[in-house]
Design a protein around this ligand. Structure first.
Ligand code: TXA
Ligand code: MG
Length: 328
């Protein structure tokens, strides 16, 4: 299949492709999503196929606005408050499916609750408005690989496997949305992301973090091996060797063959926006030069640092196949 390169001028065509059941990668403020009509199970199945996902993880449904989102899930006062404050933006809410919700069960992995969000990106919102319904979209990468933050990243993994990529520039936030489960008695963070836990807590009070136990992922997408560059990642590096690529945060450690700076001034927002770009660059260039590791410098564990460390820990964890056996 030829993958069409679309620009923000091609919104009508992009929406028509979605209506026809085709897959379109599109930029959001967080990462590029691989979108399909959420109500068309065949189209949704094509997402899993293109990604090569080993299991049917539930997908996030994207909407043009909160009013549209709340037609597909059962709203709560908390959900309305958070939607008013953070949408459009990098927050995903998990809520019980509305009665007769037409979203395919495959998109929701058969679960009683559905993840919904309104992305904070002009082009994405235009596409969603033009399409007029829910667009299921996981990050537009092959399963177990890093999330793409540019159209070029998308094409490097999915060229020839999807109908089109809508190039809307690099992603400003650079890491995925925060996933907050509001379907139970208490709100639970399933995945740290672009909205910090502190910002959420400022609105609604203390929130439970999902268990950090890697053997019992709170959300099926939270498998430890989810965000994996090819080169092994070494965390909290305090020195760097001549055969290593360094992911620097602040003044770089001396001695590495290759350095990618997340943030010279140790700004966590900037580091978050550059994280996947850094891992992509070090992985590709490091492999070319025969380097052995990506050595990642320590990033403090507060604010967006929590989400950065979540991604880095996954990138550094041993790779498992679905039976749980180590494959590297
Ligand atoms: O920023 C983002 O969220 C990006 C952009 C494209 O919107 N999307 C994204 O999708 O990261 P994906 O599929 O890579 O991750 C979705 C996360 C997974 O951890 C998944 O398990 C969780 O959301 N999730 C989705 N639906 C869920 C549900 N019904 N219950 C619990 N967790 C759910
Ligand atoms: Mg993903």
């Amino acid at each position: 299949m030829m993958t069409e390169r679309l620009t923000p001028n091609d919104i009508a065509h992009a929406a028509a492709l979605l209506r026809a059941g085709s897959l379109i990668a599109f930029g959001t403020e967080t990462v590029y999503g691989l979108g399909a009509d959420a109500c068309n199970a065949d189209a949704v199945a094509a997402i899993y196929a293109a990604k090569g996902r080993p299991s049917f993880n539930p997908l996030i449904c994207h909407f043009a606005d909160a009013q549209m989102a709340f037609r597909y899930v059962t709203r709560t006062p908390l959900a309305e408050k958070l939607a008013a404050k953070f949408w459009p933006g990098p927050l995903t809410l998990v809520l019980p499916r509305a009665k007769n919700c037409p979203v395919s069960q495959l998109a929701g992995a058969g679960l009683p609750a559905l993840a919904v969000r309104v992305p904070g990106h002009h082009t994405a919102l235009k596409l969603l408005t033009e399409f007029g319904g829910p667009v299921a979209a996981p990050s537009a990468n092959r399963s177990g690989r890093m999330s793409p933050t540019s159209a070029a990243h998308v094409l490097s993994e999915l060229d020839g496997r999807i109908a089109a990529v809508l190039d809307s520039g690099p992603c400003a936030v650079g890491l995925e949305s925060t996933v907050l489960d509001l379907s139970g008695p208490l709100p639970v963070i399933l995945r740290p992301g672009g909205v910090s836990v502190e910002a959420l807590e400022a609105e609604i009070g203390p929130i439970q973090r999902a268990s950090g136990d890697s053997n019992a992922p709170a959300s099926p997408g939270m498998l430890l091996s989810h965000y994996a560059p090819t080169l092994p990642v070494r965390l909290n590096a305090t020195s760097a060797a001549a055969d290593e690529a360094l992911l620097a945060f602040g003044p770089p450690l001396p001695g590495a063959a290759l350095v990618f700076q997340l943030s010279e001034t140790q700004n966590l927002r900037q580091a978050a926006a550059r994280l996947f770009e850094g891992l992509h660059v070090l992985d590709a260039e490091g492999a070319k030069r025969g380097l052995t590791h990506i050595a990642a410098m320590h990033v403090p564990n507060h604010g967006l640092g929590l989400a950065i460390n979540d991604r880095l820990t996954r990138a550094a964890s041993p790779r498992h196949d679905i039976s749980g056996k180590n494959i590297i």
